[in-house]
Design a protein around this ligand. Structure first.
Ligand SMILES: Nc1ncnc2c1ncn2[C@@H]1O[C@H](COP(=O)(O)OP(=O)(O)OP(=O)(O)O)[C@@H](O)[C@H]1O
Length: 332
């Protein structure tokens, strides 16, 4: 049984206009997204800004109520629940199982609280006695490789990378079953990014973490994810095991995202644009394939007929009319 099964998730925002504020259209921020996360698996959700990744993660956390679709969550030794339709009141006891790592380690820690109190706050809220909280705090500091003395200091005493470790310790405090990490390293320097990715790898090994890892490009997700789902204008356009996706992408948008990954060799050309043009407006998505105005391989059919996701021989799914005939460039 998968830990999480998202099925045909939709989140539309109404657009109101005129004197009577009539609904004149809808922003289809998430428009029929399906994926699963197995226990112990990390799935990366990748796409440029505005593709709907944050909306998907906020629906899973029920910070947003989906327009339609199902989000089945099956905690260990528990019954499956549909987070999409669960009354918010009943969400409360489940919150401990799903925790979040935030993008900005500067904004997400209360500057007036000591690190020890920040990390143990979720334990306190859940009624864990003080002695147990102290013991768990020491375990958590060790897990995220922070010295025990950090507990009596304030966030401003730490660097961005150290603050992200504190945020991770707090997210782990209640032994969550699913971590939603929304761009957890994009605010950090490249050298520090690698340290945090290594920490997440270590935690995957030690704790068997299950994770949804949201990122706007493919530069950081390769080592940390088992599978990658690529989103474009509210839909998943390709999902595949990580290695297959990097070596042999099947969707032109994935190829474009790979081409934009900075080369490890500094003498090579610097980061390129993802693809010509801008991400389409989800309030007025182009007809046919939403990527066709930016795609170098567009043919007539792409302008009129929307491609459905179809299984590939490498165990993935892709929605492109030309997926079978194109030989797209991957990376080694
Ligand atoms: N409350 C809202 N009302 C109307 N449109 C919204 C609202 N929230 C988000 N959107 C639109 O929905 C689309 C998807 O937004 P979302 O934040 O999920 O994308 P994203 O891929 O996570 O981007 P980012 O990386 O910038 O957060 C965007 O076009 C955005 O403008």
């Amino acid at each position: 049984m998968n830990l999480l099964e998202v099925q045909d998730l939709q989140k539309h925002y109404p657009i109101h206009a005129g004197l009577l504020r009539r609904e004149v259209g809808r922003v289809r921020a998430v428009d029929g997204v399906s994926f699963q996360i197995a226990r112990g698996e990390t799935l990366a959700l990748v796409g440029e800004s505005g593709c709907g990744k944050t909306t998907v993660s906020r629906c899973i956390l029920r910070a947003l109520t989906p327009t339609s679709g199902a989000i089945r969550f099956t905690p260990e030794n528990g019954r499956a629940v549909d987070l999409a339709t669960l009354p918010k009141r009943q969400m409360r006891p489940l919150r401990r199982h799903i925790q979040m790592i935030f993008q900005d380690p500067y904004a997400s820690l209360n500057p007036r609280m000591m690190v020890g109190d920040i990390i143990t706050e979720p334990l306190k809220v859940n009624g864990v006695p003080a002695a147990e909280r102290r013991e768990r705090l020491m375990e958590l500091l060790e897990l995220v490789q922070m010295p025990p003395g950090s507990r009596t200091r304030f966030p401003h005493a730490f660097s961005g990378g150290q603050r992200q470790r504190i945020g991770i310790a707090r997210a782990l405090a209640l032994h969550p079953q699913l971590i939603v990490a929304d761009e957890p390293v994009s605010a950090l320097d490249v050298s520090v990014q690698a340290q945090i990715i290594n920490l997440l790898l270590d935690l995957q090994d030690r704790l068997g973490l299950s994770m949804l890892f949201v990122a706007h490009d493919l530069s950081v997700v390769r080592h940390v994810s088992d599978r990658v789902a690529v989103m474009y204008v509210g839909r998943i356009v390709e999902v595949a095991p990580t290695d297959a996706l990097y070596r042999a992408p099947r969707h032109p948008y994935t190829e474009a995202l790979l081409a934009a990954v900075p080369a490890p060799d500094p003498n090579r050309q610097h980061r390129r644009r993802v693809a010509q043009g801008e991400v389409a407006d989800p309030a007025r998505p182009p007809p046919g394939c939403a990527f066709h105005p930016r795609c170098p391989y567009t043919v007539d059919r792409c302008r009129t007929e929307r491609p459905e996701l179809a299984a590939t021989e490498s165990g993935g799914w892709v929605s492109c009319h030309r997926a079978r005939e194109l030989e797209l460039a991957g990376v080694r």
